[in-house]
Design a protein around this ligand. Structure first.
Ligand code: SAJ
Length: 412
């Protein structure tokens, strides 16, 4: 099956790279986003997010005429929905962006179209999407009632790419494809085969939804194990980094790295979708979330205890992104810790973040300053390593020798 025109709805960290990669295969791609700024930026051949090499791929796709961005959906043969799925206050998934996307594409749907949900979603979300579409278009048939004979095919195919490696992983990773019928899966495979060299693994929509949540929960639980170990080791006066290195020499042990907590828009969120759908049973998954969510407060206390020994404490926070070598500050424990330090108002707080040019408003308003590594080393007496950016790993050991260092990432 050939796809001449594909629409990607939501041009963020997942949607934009997906749109650009498909366009680079010579397919006509219409990207849709509610943000006029994102649309204008992309149409000018630029990007509004930082991801290695993405700017080049977007620029050449726009220049070649294969990628354009719009704010209102247009006709296409396939629609890929990649919008956010945050959680609400009670940790229930907020599907309002998916609902809005469904209502936006419904008017332009035509018999034979394929709709893919890529957003990480709680079990049942693809069925909900299908119901929203069916409500809006009673003139068409959908797989929840018409199965293989449906006018519109619908599948869930969760994105699984690692920020910082998106362009490679988009192409190389295996994909889990959960169609609402066999026909839906078949069509979805045909679409992914246009740009994926990894294997396409077929299942139903609910299993595909759960597979994605499971992958991220697996990682969350394992990071929680490392974080708990780090706190136990502090109590027992053991260097956790040395301990993990030694334990990992066992052929069947592979402990992850402790840190200041778990950030990003995925691992700190997705396990809650499992917990909220099975609250009585998902005990370990909930506990892991709680351990990881408590870690920033633990690191904050380490930093304030360390800075307390100075009459005029000047704390330099190395990194505020949610992980190494990206500019993404979403759900960043490093950012939260820095904010809490500034709110304490007991020390001058400096930030070094090589991946941004401007501090978020909330930090700047608290009097925090964005400085170079050199200025931070010069002016601070307390160093808090919050992100293991490559620039920090390159700091010579002798330059930090006379500082009090709280190294939550174990780089020094
Ligand atoms: N972290 C640690 N210790 C570790 C590894 C990570 O503290 O050993 C922290 C990071 O610093 C960061 C957070 O965990 O704050 C998450 O980082 P990550 O690199 O583990 O994952 P993400 O959120 O960037 O991307 C994950 C990936 N999922 C898995 O590896 C199972 C990615 O493949 C998913 O596509 C992505 O979530 C997503 O969008 O769901």
């Amino acid at each position: 099956m050939l796809f001449k025109t594909v629409s990607v709805v939501g041009l963020g960290y997942i949607g934009l790279p997906t749109a650009a990669v498909i366009a680079s295969r010579g397919i006509n791609v219409i990207g849709v986003d509610v943000s006029q700024h994102a649309v204008d930026t992309i149409n000018a051949g630029n990007v509004h997010i930082v991801e290695p090499d993405l700017d080049m791929v977007v620029r050449s796709a726009v220049k070649a005429g294969n990628l354009k961005a719009v704010t209102k959906p247009e006709k296409a043969e396939a629609f890929m929905v990649a919008v956010p799925t945050p959680f609400k206050e009670d940790y229930q998934a907020d599907l309002s962006y998916i609902e809005a996307a469904a209502k936006a594409i419904a008017p332009v749907l035509e018999k034979g179209n394929l709709v893919i949900l890529e957003s990480t979603s709680p079990v049942g979300a693809t069925e909900e999407l299908a119901n929203w579409l069916a409500e809006a278009r009673p003139d068409l048939t959908f797989p929840q009632t018409a199965g293989n004979e449906a006018d519109i095919n619908i599948a869930h195919c969760p994105e699984r790419v690692l920020p910082g490696h998106v362009l490679r992983e988009l192409v190389e990773n295996d994909r889990v494809i959960g169609g609402m019928s066999e026909e839906c899966s078949k069509k979805a495979v045909a679409l992914y085969k246009t740009f994926v060299v990894g294997e396409c693994l077929l299942t139903n929509a609910r299993t595909a939804e759960m597979a994605k949540l499971t992958e991220n929960s697996f990682r969350d639980v394992n990071i929680a194990f490392a974080n708990e170990l780090s706190m136990i080791c502090d109590k027992l006066d053991i260097n956790v980094w040395e301990l993990i290195k030694l334990a990992n020499r066992h052929p069947r042990v592979n402990i992850l790295n402790p840190g200041p907590g778990v950030g990003g828009h995925c691992i700190a969120v997705d396990p809650w979708f499992i917990v909220s759908s099975a609250p009585e049973t998902a005990k370990l998954i909930r506990q892991a979330r709680e351990v990881n969510d408590a870690k920033p407060h633990y690191v904050l206390k380490q930093i304030t205890d360390a800075a307390d020994q100075f009459k005029k404490p000047v704390i330099a926070c190395l990194g505020i992104a949610f992980k190494a070598d990206i500019d993404d500050l979403r759900e960043s424990p490093a950012l939260d810790i820095t904010k809490m330090l500034a709110q304490n108002n007991e020390a001058e707080v400096l930030v070094v973040e090589p991946n941004i040019n401007e501090l978020p408003e909330a930090l700047a308003a608290l009097g925090v300053k964005l400085v170079s590594i050199e200025e931070a080393l010069e002016r601070s007496n307390t160093l808090a390593v919050l992100v293991d950016h490559k620039e920090f790993k390159a700091i010579p050991a002798e330059q930090v020798a006379r500082k009090v260092v709280v190294d939550s990432r174990g780089i020094f």
